[in-house]
Design a protein around this ligand. Sequence first.
Ligand code: CO
Length: 133
Amino acid sequence: MILTEIDHIAIAVHDLEAAIAYYKDAFGADVHHREIVESDGVEEALIKVADSYIQLTAATNEDSPIAKFLSKRGEGLHHIGYRVDDCSKALAEMIKAGAKPIDEAPRPGSRGTTVAFIHPKGSFGTLIELVQE
Ligand code: CO
């Protein structure tokens, strides 16, 4: 088994502050980490749940994949991050199993992680992110 943890569940939102306030009111949740990833056009707020995260994600510009997702599908579940020990190895195994990679090779993600995205087509409709801490 290559997966070691559900790293995060990413939820696309229009208004990051409103989503953070809602999670605080509803769950008493505090933001554990916040980051703008300019290369991906996203701003994230991570809420820690045990050893996993809820990742509230908003777009920082109109060309952002999150902006496109929001205009097409509206707010909601965007992708699931699966934690792995070795992103490169996990990506190779997934490709061998028929997955369609978005990233041909692992690249830097938020929190200093190494990540690779897999297209939902070929993965039963779920955008998958492999996350190596
Ligand atoms: Co993610």
